[in-house]
Design a protein around this ligand. Structure first.
Ligand code: T4K
Length: 373
């Protein structure tokens, strides 16, 4: 039985790691393949604007997910913004307060109000039971976030959306390679968005993607991410520059080729963390659902202040001193960050679980640069 927090710091053995361990260290696939791809891109002299690597990346993604359309973008935030605009959302959209700030900003950036909803304390995803009281005549949509790669209660959310005639988007930034009831994340709701930022399970340096089975929406989003151009000299919509470049697509493809290796390493790390941390009083490691496909990219621990002799923040301090750069994602919650803190100064009254969880969460390093056990 482990009973001291230093056990946390030396998980996997005493500093067998001479180097700093970071949360978010990128997974990097086969360098030879990657540099061959880079040379091919240079030889092609086709660097961006729907080049062959982007097309290949999109096709491969659509095949893995089992969805009709995958549209690659320069990052996940722009993918969210364009999807929100493409679906015509306005007024108010219900989102969890416990997420990366980009989920809320993608709405507010286009003057749509994010209405912060509380989360389920076990799954950390939006609580379907709390949504209906937040719906007003101005509500046009719901954004669920598959936080840490664990899916939202998709069926319940779809039912609410249908019942109230709302659009539904899933922010799947953490959830590439994961499933819900055996079906791959990426084909649910009106659309789902992924991030391929460096810190994500599959990365393209920077990158994002919209996945959807809606043909009309896909066409619109494709135009919108290219300034609205439908052909030379012909603009159909207001658009922006959301395109992915060829180098990013090559990195994305290389990452995909090593995807199973990444999962295997992450899974091994997750098992080791469970073994090492399982008995420490006041520490709960958030489980992955073993019946689903998971990417195991986030090792999420909850530190219970009523049991643990040290607070979450003390533990972070100790881990940092041991060169383990744990993070307290997504503290203190979107509602406590600007501009939302000023817009809704009392929102915490409606968000007790978010408040509670945001104070407890500790994210530990994993990935291919952190091999435990
Ligand atoms: N929705 C959700 C739920 C998201 O989590 C995100 C992004 C988005 C939407 C938006 O997707 P993108 O537009 O980003 O594609 C990082 C990432 O920048 C962000 O992509 C990610 N979520 C978020 C959870 O994490 P920070 O502010 O934590 O980044 P930073 O610079 O502190 O780096 C995080 C850790 O990764 C550090 O320990 C250092 C390490 N790192 C980072 C980079 C970039 C490396 O070791 N190497 C690297 O190259 O936001």
């Amino acid at each position: 039985m482990k009973n001291s927090i230093s056990d946390l710091a030396i998980c996997g053995g005493p500093p067998a790691f001479n180097e700093t361990l970071h949360v978010g260290r990128p997974n990097i696939g086969n360098r030879k393949i990657l540099t061959d791809y880079f040379n091919e891109i240079l030889d092609n002299r086709w660097l961006t604007n729907n080049g062959p690597f982007v097309q290949k990346f999109e096709n491969k993604m659509a095949e893995i997910i089992g969805v009709r359309h995958c549209i690659a973008m320069c990052n996940g935030t722009v993918a969210l913004e364009i999807t929100i605009r493409g679906l015509g959302l306005t007024g108010e959209v219900i989102v969890p307060a416990f997420t990366f700030i980009a989920t809320a900003h993608a709405l507010q950036w286009q003057e749509i109000t994010p209405v912060f909803c509380d989360i389920d304390p076990l799954t950390h995803t939006i609580d379907p039971l709390k949504i209906e009281p937040m719906i007003t005549p101005k509500t046009t949509g719901i954004i669920g976030v598959h936080l840490w790669g664990r899916s939202c209660e998709i069926n319940e959310l779809n039912e609410i959306a249908q019942h109230h005639n709302l659009k539904i988007i899933f922010d799947a930034a953490h959830a590439f390679g994961c499933s819900y009831n055996g079906r791959m994340i990426g084909s649910f709701g009106d659309a789902e968005i992924f991030s391929f930022h460096a810190t994500k399970f599959i990365n393209s340096f920077e990158g994002g993607m919209v996945a959807t089975n809606n043909d009309e929406l896909a066409t619109k989003i494709r135009l919108m991410k290219n300034f609205g151009f439908a052909g030379y000299d012909q603009v159909e919509y207001i658009g922006t520059n959301g395109k992915m470049n060829e180098i990013s697509a090559a990195m994305g493809l290389t990452s995909l080729e090593s995807m199973q290796d990444f999962i295997d390493i992450n899974y091994k790390n997750y098992k080791q963390y469970r073994l090492e941390l399982g008995d420490i009083p006041g520490v709960r490691l958030v489980d992955y659902h073993e019946k689903e496909k998971n990417n195991y990219q986030y090792i999420v621990a909850e530190i219970d202040p009523n049991i643990s002799p040290l607070t979450r923040d003390h533990i972070i301090h100790i881990l940092h001193a041991e060169n383990v750069l744990a993070r307290r994602y997504f503290y203190p919650g979107c509602h406590k960050m600007e501009p939302y803190r000023s817009y809704f100064p009392h929102s915490e009254l409606l968000l007790p679980e978010t408040e509670n969880i945001a104070k407890k969460i500790l994210i530990l390093p994993t990935g291919t640069s952190c091999r435990l056990g």
